[in-house]
Design a protein around this ligand. Sequence first.
Ligand code: PMP
Length: 276
Amino acid sequence: MAIGYLNGKIISSSDPVLPIDERGHQFGDGVYEYIRVYNGRPFMMDEHMNRFFKSAEAIKLNLNHTPDEIKDITADLIGRSGLDDCDVYMQATRGIAPRNHLFPNVPASISMTVKPFRAMDETLRENGASVKLLPDERWQNCWIKTLNLLPNLLAKQEAFEAGAFEAVLVRDGVVTEGSSSNIFLVKEGVLITPPATKHILHGITRIAVLDIASELGISVDEREFAPEVILEADEVFLTSTGIEIVPVTSADETKIGTGKPGAVTEKIYEAFMKRV
Ligand code: PMP
């Protein structure tokens, strides 16, 4: 059963609970995490906590909890939900205070939901997805997982309306990431991905994939590349907590590689599924 949490209270995940003067609601003044739970266990929880606390610190938000406390709350909620395969969404905002750009002197607000896992269309994994290249119009600090996702939403919607699964973003002539995923290429057996600079979200699935590559003896090159390089790649794939690893077989309606999911992508996906 889906379940919610707000500042120490267990609530229904669909309860309307936030006053209008809430800073996440009014300003997007907060940070979030999205965690996949496999067989009752949150996957790479320490890495998610590390990123959550780093994001909060980056926006000068005191979470008033330790990572262990958040982990305990999460485990309790998962237990109460009775769900084995589920999604945990958590967000922290700068709290509830009359609308004013200056920071209020009130405690952070922490909310969570645990919901049944929303499975994606598995034919995408079998046949490969398409992407549309679009300008990266976000701010400079994309490594912070803030609630401000408007440029990501606009790009995803534009890609969707063009019939593509994901928008792949380009800033100053180089590919950064997807609107809600990281991107990897395979060229002559080498796994290439943009470096973890300020301009991308440091994906947890990205960390897992880089670790798997080193385990499998696949060479990795974390480097910047131009959008044309995607079209010349042997294989391309996207990673995120929700989609795990999805092969990309066309970009801007041009076929990539053989037009089918590649062998290296499949090998990495298999190794990933063993980990979860
Ligand atoms: N980049 C962006 C912009 C994202 O929103 C996400 C998904 N949260 C990712 C990358 C992938 O991150 P993760 O593997 O931690 O889900």
